[in-house]
Design a binder for this molecule. Structure first.
Ligand code: AVI
Length: 329
């Protein structure tokens, strides 16, 4: 949960949990995942330092169209988006990552007042926020390390700030189960009352395009998926033999989602936090869902959550969409 505590001198980010939230929950969630059938773990554990760096490389891959398409949409429409935001707006970015996209908006905005990036990966967030603060000295940058997929309260709004605008790019909303996506949007509509959410959403398309995006020829997505096991070995005293697991990603059309799994290449057992778990050959650990949407489906979901769906920007190939979602008072 985010709090209203303001950053202290010497803090490089606001650590609301007192420790890395991902670390605190990783052991219990991994143990629970290994006990359930089918085995399934939240994708939030991909993002240790190596995972975050691998994700940045994914974003630059030729097959991974979402990042460049969204950047093109943001660049093309930044001026109209900035007009909708109004002067001295405050931006809260959920799952801020590399902070690359926000620069396109900041450059177009009329005197942006404060920028609050929220991310689960504290060290990564801190370094990127420091660079952004350096590049935009008149902007107040308040990084918050937190898991925004749980219950959250945003920091108190400063009286000098204009409207509060949420920014949730990258179709990260697609990594939430539908019920959790609705829960997130409901909370966002509440905490952004009187402002709006700018949401980036990946669209349903030819499955071959989706397949290529999650099975890149350089193997970076495979490395990103397998890094979860390396992380578990390091942080959970586990002994996964990474070479005995394989990356698998496919589009599940009825569920409208790309699924990523780690498949056991052989019958084997592993130890995690002192407990033994058996894998049959071909058994999988389901590591990520990436839901894809239609424009109408997303607008219906946003309405259900309390937003008044507004302008939508889509690229000519209909790969990706950007939604302006005003949150009524
Ligand atoms: C962060 N998220 C929106 C990415 C996605 O496409 O679901 C994560 C990712 N997984 C594999 N490639 C990229």
């Amino acid at each position: 949960m985010l709090t209203n505590r303001q950053p202290r001198r010497g803090d490089d980010y606001l650590n609301v949990a007192g420790e890395e939230p991902a670390l605190r929950d990783f052991s219990s969630d991994m143990l629970a995942a290994l006990q359930m059938r089918p085995r399934c773990l939240s994708p939030k554990y991909f993002y240790d330092e190596t995972g975050s760096a691998l994700f940045d490389r994914i974003c630059d891959l030729p097959e991974y169209y979402p990042t460049r398409t969204e950047l093109t949409l943001l660049a093309a429409h930044a001026t109209e988006i900035a007009v909708r935001m109004g002067p001295r707006a405050e931006i809260v970015e959920f799952g801020a990552g590399s902070l690359r996209k926000i620069r396109l908006l900041l450059d177009a905005m009329d005197q942006p007042s404060r920028y609050v990036p929220i991310d689960i990966s504290g060290a990564y967030l801190s370094a990127n926020a420091a660079q952004l603060q350096h590049d935009y000295p008149s902007l107040s940058v308040l990084p918050i390390m937190a898991d925004y997929t749980g219950a959250f309260h945003l920091p108190v709004k400063e009286p000098s700030c204009g409207r509060r605008i949420g920014f949730f790019p990258g179709s990260t909303i697609g990594n939430l189960l539908p019920a959790d996506a609705l829960k997130f949007l409901r909370q966002a509509a509440q905490s952004l009352r009187g402002g709006a959410l700018l949401l980036g959403v990946d669209l349903i398309k030819n499955p071959s395009v989706l397949h290529a995006a999650y099975n890149d020829s350089q193997g970076i997505t495979a490395a990103f998926n397998l890094n979860l096991l390396t992380r578990a070995n390091r942080e959970l005293d586990a002994n996964f033999d990474v070479s005995r697991f394989a990356h698998s990603a496919f589009y599940n059309a009825p569920m409208q989602r790309v699924e990523m799994h780690l498949i056991s290449r052989a019958a084997q057992h592993v130890r995690v936090c002192g407990e033994r778990f058996d894998f049959a050959e071909g058994e999988t650990l389901h590591t990520e869902n990436s839901y894809k949407f239609t424009v109408e489906g997303l607008r219906a979901l946003a309405s259900q959550a309390g937003f008044h769906p507004g302008q939508v920007w889509v690229d000519p190939q209909k790969l990706f969409s950007l939604h302006w979602l005003p949150a009524p008072l």
